[in-house]
Design a protein. Sequence first.
Length: 228
Amino acid sequence: MYYDWTYILFMLPCLILSLVCSAKVRSNFSKYSKVYNSRRMTGAQAAQQVLTAHGVTGVRIEPVSGNLTDHFDPRTNVIRLSESVYNAQTVAAVGVACHEAGHAVQHAEGYTPNKIRSAILPVANIGSRLSWIILVIGMLLPVQFNFVITIGIVLFSASVLFTLVTLPVEFNASSRALKTIQSTGMLNPDEYTGAKKVLSAAAMTYVAAAATSIMQLLRLLLIFNRRR
C-alpha cells in the first residue's frame, strides 16, 4: 500500500484546523443566534447604522437565501444578508451584518488591500480552475516537459496570494464593525463580547484557508523538486 507522506505532513494538520475552525463558527453563531440584543436591532438595521456612521451612501441591503451566505457584492454595491441575519434581532446577526457593512465601507473608502484583492481576483479564479488540470497533465508527461508543472504551480500561486491578501481585508472589516458597534452603542458590553466571539471565529476560517493554501503550495514544490 502506498502512503503519500507529503499529504500527511502538509495537509492533514490543515484539514484538522479547518474542521475545528468551521465547528467553532457554527457553534458560536448558533449560540449567539439565540441571544436577542437589548435594542432589538435587526441585522439589516445594524448594517445600515454602520454605513451611516461612516457616511457611506448608495449601498442597498437585501436578504439572500441560505445560512451564513452573507456577503457584500462590490459590483452591484449590495450587502446581502442571510435569512438568519437580515430580520433577526440577535447578537450574532448584528455582528455578522456589521462585518459585511465593514466591507462596504472598505469599498467606499478605497481600502488598499481590498483594491489589491479585487485586482488579483480574475487571475486567482483562473489559477484555481486550471492549475490542477495543468499539474496533472505535467505529471503525466516526461521529465523534459517539467515546464508544464511550473506553469501549474505559478497559476496555483495566484490563488495562494489571493487567500493571503484576503486576511487583512477580513480582519479589517471585523475591526471596523466592532469599533462601530462600540462607538454607537448598538450592543451592551456583554452582547459586544458575544459579537466579537462570532467574528473572531469566522476570521480564523480565513487563517485556516490561507494556511492550507500555503502548505499545498509547499507540498507541490516538494513533489516537483523530487521529480526533477
